[in-house]
Design a binder for this molecule. Structure first.
Ligand SMILES: O=C(O)CCC(=O)C(=O)O
Ligand SMILES: [Fe+2]
Length: 366
């Protein structure tokens, strides 16, 4: 940081407290695994370079052992081995808890300083232990991985990694929509029905809509009635925008997405952990708003895995408002139907970004 504006340069060697750089990389089951979505548990990442080296092969064995004893379970903790070598095909994902990034172009290894473009033959194998916010807890040369695993075993529950519960930086705002207006929105859905709702994904530089019931199960009705849209806009403008301004110094002037969404217990309605602004087509989104329209359902809570296990469930007509960069999940509805309206807010500067990025949107999706 400096007192002049400009992007801070990332530190070359990661030290405790530093945020781990995020990236996409190939695993055997996912050609574009999003590293940022593993937040919410302890994460060990081992830059092996190549398991053909004895110390790196021993580190892999340590990871396999930790997985088999249940230390790496994908709930409390998980680990990744990073190999740049095509000779490491025998290193295989061991689910739950242990995955291999095939970093054949060394992009991830360079991002973390294990190797450089200037000296690609030189690789310094090391391991990092990250906290559930994906910030460095400890760093060691690869030979120290057993110590890191031992330390992992002694850490508190992920939600208590700071020594106390950390509240998520979200606003919970009751009384945004009146009960009568909530009923009107539900009736709109019941009249028109909803269609299966997808999510945006980045493929080859383009933003494309995707459907994947394992990640998201929800049906949405797009509100077309301009009077209803205006009624929603007025309420957000009067009651929600001033609170965002007070809490976050952000003045929202635009709304994306007028929908009534329905999660149904009958088909396991849910939306797994994601961020709302990770593609070009969604990069303009600043704040996400989740307003419950009813409360006669079980499950269907919001939570923010980077900030502990606390669940958030606003009352009917109330909102949870949060930055689109935060990892969040809508848990499975286990009884009944959950109706919600889910706008995104942005401002005029972000609208410029939205216009510039329109060229990269391949298809429409919500
Ligand atoms: O169901 C919710 O409250 C959140 C939905 C959500 O995260 C989204 O549509 O991006
Ligand atoms: Fe979301």
């Amino acid at each position: 940081m400096s007192d002049a504006p400009g992007a801070p340069t990332p530190p070359r060697r990661l030290l405790p407290g530093d945020p781990a750089p995020v990236f996409h990389a190939a695993t055997d089951s996912n050609p574009r695994f999003a590293f940022d979505t593993v937040a919410g548990r302890y994460v060990l990442i081992a830059f092996l370079g190549s398991a053909q080296h004895q110390a790196c092969s021993a580190a892999w064995d340590s990871l396999r052992r930790a997985q088999s004893t249940g230390l790496l379970d994908d709930e409390r903790a998980c680990a990744f081995a990073v190999t740049v070598s095509r000779g490491d095909a025998h290193l295989a994902d061991t689910i739950p808890g242990l995955r291999v990034f095939r970093d054949h172009d060394a992009v991830v290894s360079r991002l973390y300083g294990a190797t450089t473009e200037a000296a690609p033959q030189t690789y310094q194998p090391f391991a990092l232990l990250l906290d559930p916010m994906l910030r460095v807890l400890a760093v060691t040369p690869i030979g120290g991985i057993d110590g890191l695993l031992a330390r992992l075993g002694t850490l508190p529950d992920p939600g208590m990694h700071a020594g106390a519960e950390i509240p998520a930086p979200v606003l919970v705002l009751p009384r945004i929509l009146e009960a009568e207006f909530c009923r009107q929105l539900i009736a709109l859905y019941e009249t028109h029905g909803g269609s299966e709702s997808g999510f945006m994904r980045e493929v080859g530089g383009l933003t494309v809509g995707a459907l994947d019931p394992a990640r998201k199960r929800r049906k949405d009705h797009e509100i077309e009635d301009e009077a209803v849209r205006a009624a929603l806009r007025v309420r957000l403008g009067r009651r929600l925008v001033p609170e965002i301004r007070k809490a976050f110094q952000f003045h929202a002037t635009r709304i994306e997405r007028y929908i009534v969404a329905r999660y149904d217990a009958a088909d396991g309605g849910h939306f797994r952990a994601h961020r709302d602004n990770t593609t070009k087509g969604t990069a303009h989104r600043r704040f996400a708003v989740s307003i419950n329209l009813n409360d006669d359902f079980d499950g269907g809570d919001l939570w923010f895995p980077e900030f502990g296990a606390r669940r958030y469930r606003p009352p009917v007509g109330g909102a949870v408002v949060f930055s689109c960069s935060l990892l969040h999940e809508a848990t499975r509805v286990t009884r009944g139907l959950r109706y919600a309206t889910l706008p995104f807010l942005y401002d005029d500067d972000a609208a410029r970004i939205r216009r510039e990025n329109e060229a990269f949107i391949a298809t429409d999706a919500t």
